[in-house]
Design a protein around this ligand. Structure first.
Ligand code: SAM
Length: 388
């Protein structure tokens, strides 16, 4: 009897604790190992390894190599690289088309995209995250996009019983995904380039990068940028925002990034959109351009409707980041920044990461139009600036 009473009390405590945990639906907390993941009571879509991948486009690989050669002839090879991309850097420098083709064929299976995308190593490999984190992340991203677009109403713990608040996370994810695609009117399908791990929602293969970047592609539209107006994205990851912006109808999109990462973007976008849809350094401009940092200087004054930087400027050395902001001020009419402000010590360099709004103040000539927490990931500020 006594034991039963004690057990009942323990169960009530556990339930209370579990509900408390479930109130905090945010990625940061999930990063913590421990019981949090197990107590977190939300449906998790199943992640699938893909076995079917597009064949590697060898013409695109050859073009990309030619491009890289031209670029290093003009600017040298002194661009930043980090250990994850070193094998790609070696293949590009050696002009080794076979190695490049093989690395691109496994783009989402190796560590090349760590920090830039949700690759297989994050889901199935030697995880830095607890098992289940990525699936939870997918759930959170999807709910957040639904709430941001207004196709899912926001729960409020001031208005709801705790248990109803928690249950609000139990939405039908297939139906939610369908509504999101219908409202956006562009597809969130993850292209089968480089064997990406995917979730199937409402019959569509997708992943967290498609969901989180769809929010930004939609924001570009909301800001009134016309389909032929110039957009510059500084630091474009593997090209997923570029792809979604293209699907949303934007046809004048330039990514500025380090040459090695530019090679990834050219390959990913060229495979997903067709090789003629993408151009590189010294090539005739296509709807989607991938250019190295020195090419920023060739973009005419005030010719860009919107420059974007997402999850990138804080990790770039401060003097370089300030120089980018000056280029943005010279070339652009508006600047959209979605960046974290934790000012954490940099992993490699002996300095702290920067805060975009501090640097904007130092550079001058920007007026902030809005600032609010980024809907999709906790800990990021979304800010829109007008260049004055
Ligand atoms: C963390 S990733 C974020 C990628 C993408 N914006 C996203 O949200 O997924 C940082 C991006 O900044 C780029 N980057 C890093 N250092 C850079 C530099 N010095 N100049 C230009 N781009 C840089 C990286 O190559 C990468 O594309």
């Amino acid at each position: 009897m006594l034991l039963q009473k004690l057990w009942a009390r323990q169960r009530r405590r556990l339930l209370k604790w579990s509900i408390t945990v479930n109130r905090y639906r945010n990625i940061k907390l999930w990063g913590a190992a421990g019981l949090v993941h197990d107590l977190f009571d939300a449906p998790r879509p199943a992640i699938k390894k893909t076995s079917v991948s597009m064949d590697v486009d060898r013409v695109l690989v050859a073009r990309l190599l030619e491009n890289y050669r031209a670029l290093t002839q003009d600017f040298g090879t002194e661009f930043t690289i980090w250990p994850d991309v070193a094998p790609l850097h070696r293949a590009l420098t050696a002009g080794d088309a076979d190695s490049l083709a093989s690395q691109f064929g496994r783009l989402f299976q190796d560590n090349l995209l760590l920090g830039m995308g949700h690759a297989e190593t994050l889901y199935f490999g030697e995880r830095v995250w607890r098992p289940g984190f990525q699936e939870l992340r997918m759930t959170d991203t999807l709910l957040a996009l639904g709430e941001a677009l207004g196709v899912l109403s926001l729960p409020s713990h001031a208005q709801m019983k705790l248990i109803d608040y928690v249950t609000a996370m139990h939405t039908d994810q297939n139906a939610l995904f369908g509504k999101i695609e219908a409202v956006l009117a562009f597809s969130l399908e993850m292209p089968r380039v480089g064997n990406p791990p995917v979730f199937t929602l409402n019959g569509i293969s997708t992943n967290a990068d498609m969901v989180r970047h769809a929010y930004v592609a939609n924001r570009i539209r909301q800001l009134g940028v016309g389909p032929q107006e110039a957009i510059v994205e500084l630091g474009g990851g593997f090209g997923s925002l570029g792809l979604l912006a293209n699907r949303a109808g934007f046809r004048n999109y330039t990514i500025i990034d380090l040459p090695v990462v530019g090679a990834i973007q050219t390959y990913f976008l060229g495979s997903a959109l067709g090789r003629d849809a993408v151009s590189g350094y010294r090539e005739n401009p296509a709807a989607m351009r991938v250019l190295p940092p020195p090419s920023f200087g060739e973009i005419p004054d005030r010719s860009v409707a919107l420059s974007i930087n997402m999850d990138s400027l804080p990790e770039i050395p401060r003097p370089e980041a300030l120089a980018y902001l000056r280029e943005i001020r010279r070339t652009s009419r508006q600047f959209l920044s979605i960046n974290q402000e934790a000012s954490a010590p940099h992993e490699v360099r002996l300095e702290r990461q920067t805060i975009v709004s501090d640097m904007i103040e130092e550079v001058g000539g920007f007026e902030r139009i809005y600032r609010f927490p980024y809907w999709i990931i906790e800990g990021y500020a979304e800010e829109l600036y007008r260049v004055v």
